[in-house]
Design a protein around this ligand. Structure first.
Ligand SMILES: Nc1ncnc2c1ncn2[C@@H]1O[C@H](COP(=O)(O)OP(=O)(O)O)[C@@H](O)[C@H]1O
Ligand SMILES: [Mg+2]
Length: 298
């Protein structure tokens, strides 16, 4: 199985949302990482045939998806970013409704619905109205409807948004369960969501693919970018102005900084193993400000 994105471009008037994006996917989990406005949703909409590319092609097993039309759509599962749930439907009725829209026969739909609600841990609440669900429960229902037709290509747009840490772990496990023999593409702007579950991480910025690889590949590419430096408390402002700080820890009257820089930031700085978060900050600092900065107090 192979999905080829060949020089994909999408423009809205004079706005280039996706810019000459080329990438080839085989079965596996792909984490599409980028700041808001990077073009993730637009790229996913093209993959799901909701939008037509302005330029470029998408090939599934060597065939242009325009020519495959329904044959391709039958293999797709999609959780849109702005997925509309029907608050007055029960989870089960919602699944059966989605199954009928997908043209799944009634007896098969019932069987699949029960299996999937069980898989995503919603069996006990299957008769409850969706309006009573937490964000995490809705996202799990969204994933369940996306896999009703046992898709070969599963596209999840920001599936972890609004989830608490416990729900995030549950989500990761669910994706691992579902990913077998599928191409799973999930978008996020949160590094830790993809670090552990994605076989490949794809970083997207201003419509362009800027980096891709396994977590290990990217950490190797990031080598030399991360530094530890201990400073006095009163020096913090000076360093914050000058450097990208990915983390800081107060240790009594000193502060240990983690600085992201391609040059040794200070004679006392000590090189440390870089991670994806450092690489992300390095590439997206201009767009993120310092929102990724974590503070740990000891
Ligand atoms: N339908 C549209 N009309 C005009 N501009 C759009 C439309 N959809 C997306 N854009 C613009 O394209 C860019 C990429 O948006 P999007 O694909 O939603 O990014 P992301 O999902 O990474 O946040 C943004 O600048 C956005 O404003
Ligand atoms: Mg989006």
């Amino acid at each position: 199985m192979e999905l080829i994105l060949d020089n994909l471009t999408k423009t809205f008037k004079d706005k280039v949302a996706v810019d000459k994006f080329s990438y080839t996917m085989k079965a596996g989990v792909y984490g599409l990482l980028g700041a808001n406005g990077a073009g993730k949703t637009t790229l996913m909409r093209m993959i799901c045939t909701v939008l037509r590319p302005t330029n470029g092609n998408i090939l599934f097993n060597g065939n242009n998806i325009n020519k495959l039309s329904e044959k391709y759509c039958d293999k797709l599962g999609y959780l849109p970013q702005d997925f509309g749930y029907y608050p007055n439907f029960s989870a089960r009725d919602f699944m059966l409704y989605m199954a009928s829209l997908k043209g799944i026969k009634n007896n098969i739909a019932i069987k699949r619905t029960d299996e999937l609600l069980n898989l995503v841990g919603l069996s006990d609440v299957s008769k409850q109205k969706i309006r009573s669900f937490s964000g995490g429960m809705k996202q799990r229902l969204g994933i369940a409807q996306a896999v009703l037709n046992d898709p070969k290509i599963l596209v999840l747009d920001e599936p972890t948004s609004g989830l608490d840490p416990k729900e995030r772990i549950r989500f990761r496990n669910l994706i691992s369960d579902l990913a077998k023999d599928k191409i799973v593409i999930l978008s996020t702007h949160i590094v830790s969501d993809v670090e552990s579950i994605a076989d490949q991480i794809i970083m997207m910025k201003k419509g362009k693919l800027i980096l891709s690889g396994t977590t290990e590949d990217l950490c190797n590419q990031a080598n030399g970018l991360a530094w530890n430096l201990t400073i006095n408390e009163d020096e913090l402002e000076k360093y914050e102005e000058k450097y990208l700080i990915s983390n800081l820890r107060h240790i009594s009257k000193s502060i240990e900084l983690r600085i992201v820089s391609d040059k040794k930031p200070d004679t006392n700085a000590v090189s440390t193993q870089a991670n994806i978060e450092d690489l992300f900050l390095y590439n997206f600092a201009d767009e993120l400000g310092q929102i990724n900065m974590k503070k740990e107090e000891i």
